[in-house]
Write a protein that binds this ligand. Structure first.
Ligand code: 13P
Ligand code: SF4
Length: 311
């Protein structure tokens, strides 16, 4: 072919030309995190998307996150490098089934993890993220019954943390389910002083081995706050890129799967976004993320409640 395009320079140029902002989640590839204007957890990214004055939001994350940006900023063009960037948690809660579940429990408040479709958000009362859930649950009257979807592991952990019984939907994240207890125990034996930092999407057997449990932003904070020279990280390993930047002298090891390989348990959906696809979507302003207006308005209600209650 012809002369190689300097993809990074083109992204910067197109970003200015389009008055675009690039938002990235911590699970994106390092080169995407490094070119983004803002990197954050799900709550940070929702707030940024609601408040930016850019005309275009190039969302480097998965589709439900880009939908949140569109729901909160409908007048903006929201683009996603690869529309196939889904999420196993979203897939585990088909909107029609979720609506039936709700109708079967009319006396329950529907507290729903942000990792779901816009249609499921539209059927929910309050959205939560890992970093805001405890704060939000604390504001719900004690006698109010709660159902929680779609992540059963996060839901069970929140129940243990808050002492609130919740009716749980049976969904999970394929990445966090894949960590092996046996292999993690072997790794801990190798590094007996290293704390385990885990995301609450992990099953209970992994969380029992954790010294810290929190959202990606919380795990990242541990990198600089803790003095331990080695830390074991039980979440999608791309977060380690920011941990390493925050604490270059420390060693961060991604938790292993059943094959014993460390730091290899990546999210296949997040990995669909590449620098090349980011370039093309800024150039073509496509693919765009759209949400039907009736669903958008209903979903905005539950998202606005999250933003208010986590302020
Ligand atoms: P947080 O960044 O809010 O912890 O979310 C983790 C996640 O699984 C996103 O898909
Ligand atoms: Fe969904 Fe899990 Fe990937 Fe997050 S890491 S986007 S929860 S599949």
């Amino acid at each position: 072919g012809g002369p190689a395009v300097d993809v990074k320079a083109e992204i910067q140029r197109l970003k200015r030309e389009r008055n675009a902002v690039i938002l990235a989640h911590y699970y994106q590839a390092p080169e995407i995190q490094d070119i983004a204007d803002f990197v954050g957890d799900s709550l940070d990214l929702s707030r940024k998307a609601a408040n930016t004055d850019a005309d275009v939001i190039a969302f480097c994350g998965v589709k439900f996150m880009a939908e949140v940006a569109k729901i909160l900023s409908p007048q903006k063009t929201v683009i996603l490098p690869d529309l196939k960037a889904g999420c196993s948690l979203e897939d585990s809660a088909p909107p029609a089934e979720f609506a039936r579940f709700r109708r079967a429990h009319p006396d329950h408040l529907a507290l729903t993890y942000i990792n779901c479709s816009a249609a499921v958000k539209a059927e929910s009362d309050i959205i939560v993220t890992s970093s805001s859930a405890e704060r939000i649950i604390a504001q719900i009257p004690k006698d109010q019954k709660i159902l929680f979807a779609p992540d059963k592991h996060l839901g069970a952990w929140l129940s243990r943390r808050t002492g609130r019984e919740m009716l749980l939907w049976d969904g999970s994240c394929i990445v966090h389910e894949r960590f092996s207890v046996t292999e993690l125990l072997k790794l801990k034996a190798q590094y007996p002083d290293a704390p385990v930092l885990a995301h609450p999407e992990c099953p209970a057997a992994i969380l029992e081995l954790a010294d810290y449990i929190g959202a990606t932003s919380g795990i990242l904070k541990q990198a600089s706050e803790r003095t331990d020279p080695v830390m074991l990280v039980a979440t999608e390993p791309h977060i380690i890129h920011q941990m390493q930047k925050a604490a270059p002298d420390k060693l961060f090891i991604g938790a292993p799967g059943a094959d014993g390989n460390c730091g290899c348990n990546m999210c296949p959906y997040m990995a669909l976004n590449t620098l090349e696809k980011l370039h093309l979507c800024l150039r073509d302003l496509s693919p765009v993320v759209e949400v039907p207006e009736d669903i958008r308005l209903a979903a905005k209600r539950s998202l606005d409640r999250m933003l208010e209650m986590s302020a």
